[in-house]
Design a protein around this ligand. Structure first.
Ligand SMILES: Cc1cc2nc3c(=O)[nH]c(=O)nc-3n(C[C@H](O)[C@H](O)[C@H](O)COP(=O)(O)O)c2cc1C
Length: 331
């Protein structure tokens, strides 16, 4: 069993990664139903939250059915981050995760996200103060280092643990790499193999298949896997990995009915959460992935992504069910 503070998780838990504009409540709910053991919100700006910016505040919406759920925050100013902890704690997440890994220029230039990898003392201090401020377990998501020449992740992880961080998720790339090259899991394994480490160490980056997840578990000995891009349009990825772990075989491809059901529920949950207009608009980007591989799908996709009325989108789903009944997906 793996524990994040008092949160008990199964062996080698699968975590849904925080992803901006992706990891919202409907998507998190679908991933949770399909086997994600922990889900995270997309990152929430501390500066936005303390100014009560509507967009940031909405990101704090969490639902009972998704627990355990982590709210991820980012920022570099101690005062703002402490106020943020108070605001976030009121939403009662199971975990508060600090983003020390975002490589985007506008975040890094303010010293936040991966920017903090240039100042490990500040990283340690921020974490220590945030841990002191709340009873909710604080965890960290970060990268290997700023660049190839400054990878000190073993030392960094130990220092974060020593100031009370309850788990660490490490993306096996440096900030300089952004998303280029392959994720390197070896330095993450070194963190795990440090005999002083006792908090869970989760690996992240390029888990694109059940085989890759198994490799992370068996060859790198990590405590669990955090999965991002492979779940986009494929919330079933979690159950596919778990099935593979259990049987050594791939789960049968997801059927058309399951895909339509997910698309329907995704849309309905989005409407329930943020209303008809935003719900219809913001769910559009998911359909292409749900129905990937169906030939001559354009006409239906166009209906789904151009209709402003949810009734028309739901009708398009019904049409798809009828028109493509029996279509065999290959994956
Ligand atoms: C669209 C998108 C949005 C992301 N947003 C966040 C974020 O808000 N916070 C964060 O820590 N990482 C974010 N990431 C990084 C992912 O959490 C993850 O570390 C990265 O994608 C590598 O994992 P993967 O190969 O499984 O996708 C984002 C990644 C993508 C693709």
């Amino acid at each position: 069993m793996v524990k994040i503070d008092n949160i008990e998780l199964p062996d080698f838990p699968l975590l849904l990664a925080p992803m901006e504009d992706v990891s919202d409540p409907p998507f998190r709910a679908l991933c949770k139903e399909q086997g994600a053991d922990v889900v995270y919100t997309e990152f929430v700006s501390s500066e936005g939250l303390i100014r009560n910016a509507a967009k940031s505040v909405m990101k704090l919406d969490i639902y009972e059915k998704e627990r355990p759920v982590g709210i991820q925050i980012f920022g570099a100013n101690l005062d703002s981050m402490l106020q943020t902890i108070d605001i976030v704690s009121a939403s009662k997440p199971d975990i508060i995760d600090i983003n020390f890994g975002c490589p985007v220029k506008k975040v890094v230039s303010k010293g936040a996200g991966a920017g903090i990898l240039k100042d490990i003392c500040l990283m340690e201090q921020l974490t220590a103060e945030m841990v002191k401020r709340t009873n909710i377990p604080v965890t960290v998501k970060t990268r290997l280092g700023w660049d190839h020449d400054s990878i000190k992740i073993v030392e960094v992880a130990e220092r974060l643990q020593d100031v009370g961080c309850k788990a660490i998720a490490i993306h096996g790339r440096t900030r300089a790499q952004m998303y280029k090259g392959d994720a390197d899991w070896k330095p993450i394994a070194e963190v795990k193999n440090n005999p002083r480490m006792h908090i869970p160490v989760f690996g992240n980056g390029d888990i694109t298949s059940p085989e890759k997840a198994m490799e992370m578990r068996d060859s790198y000995g990590l405590d669990g896997a955090m999965i991002g891009r492979a779940s986009i349009g494929n919330p079933w990825f979690f159950k596919q990995v778990k099935h593979f772990f259990k049987t050594g075989e791939h789960l049968a491809p997801i059927t058309l009915e399951e895909r339509v059901d997910a698309a329907r529920r995704h849309l309905q949950m989005a409407i329930d959460w943020k209303g008809e207009i935003l719900g219809v608009f913001e769910t559009r980007r998911h359909y292409t992935n749900y129905f990937k591989g169906i030939p001559h799908f354009k006409e239906y996709r166009m209906k789904m992504v151009t209709s402003d009325d949810s009734k028309d989108v739901f009708a398009a789903f019904d049409e798809v069910l009828e028109k493509f009944a029996g279509h065999q997906f290959t994956e």
